[in-house]
Design a protein around this ligand. Structure first.
Ligand SMILES: CCCCCCCCCCCC(=O)SCCNC(=O)CCNC(=O)[C@H](O)C(C)(C)COP(=O)(O)OP(=O)(O)OC[C@H]1O[C@@H](n2cnc3c(N)ncnc32)[C@H](O)[C@@H]1OP(=O)(O)O
Length: 167
């Protein structure tokens, strides 16, 4: 992985469609996350249609940003822990086991948001990440995600059943 490529640029194709972070989802947020020392950082500019109360960001978007920032950080941390680049095999694939968000202040919709994260623990197949959202340098939300390595059965369950309609 080059220093310039984002975590999400290295996701294998079969986990690159996520609404929050998949580079292959044209309708999604397509967040991009990088290391900044021991912290991870994502920058995101909300659109006017991400409004909750006029002037402020919808909480669901904030939860989504914390979610995908944190799962991306979890994946990158597992590679780091093993001394591997993110584009090497076998890939670590994570899903959200739990997502907790505290909304501390209204988040202004004008201007970019910064989401930062830090790994609290790597415990077997799960990684606990704490993340926070900053607007103009002020923390407006804090979250914690338990990301769990995806079992192979996750893919099997997602496959269409033989004969089932595809659309
Ligand atoms: C480069 C590639 C990048 C790839 C990165 C890709 C990023 C994609 C981001 C997607 C973000 C999403 O929206 S994902 C979509 C939303 N999430 C989902 O749909 C997940 C649905 N849930 C599940 O499929 C399942 O419950 C799992 C996979 C989360 C866990 O099932 P499992 O694998 O059978 O779990 P199990 O063996 O019992 O537990 C493993 C460990 O995780 C813990 N654990 C299990 N569930 C939870 C939970 N809800 N909250 C806390 N902790 C939990 C257990 O206590 C255990 O810890 P211990 O006893 O070992 O200590």
């Amino acid at each position: 992985m080059s220093e310039k490529s984002a975590f999400q640029d290295n996701y294998p194709e079969n986990v690159a469609h996520c609404y929050g972070c998949g580079r292959l989802n044209g309708h999604g947020h397509q967040i991009k996350t990088h290391w900044d020392g021991e912290e991870s950082v994502t920058r995101y500019r909300p659109e006017p249609f991400h409004t909750a109360v006029p002037g402020y960001v919808y909480g669901g978007l904030i939860a989504s940003l914390i979610d995908c920032h944190s799962t991306g950080t979890a994946a990158a941390a597992m590679y780091r822990a093993e001394g591997r680049e993110m584009d090497t095999q076998p890939a670590f694939r994570f899903v959200t086991g739990s997502l907790h968000v505290d909304y501390l202040k209204p988040t202004p919709i004008a201007g970019p948001l910064e989401i930062r994260g830090r790994v609290k623990a790597i415990q077997g197949r799960k990684v606990i990440v704490e993340s926070w959202v900053l607007a103009e340098g002020v923390v407006t939300a804090r979250g914690e995600v338990t990301a769990v390595q995806m079992p192979e059965s996750f893919f099997a369950a997602a496959l269409p059943k033989p004969g089932a309609p595809t659309a």
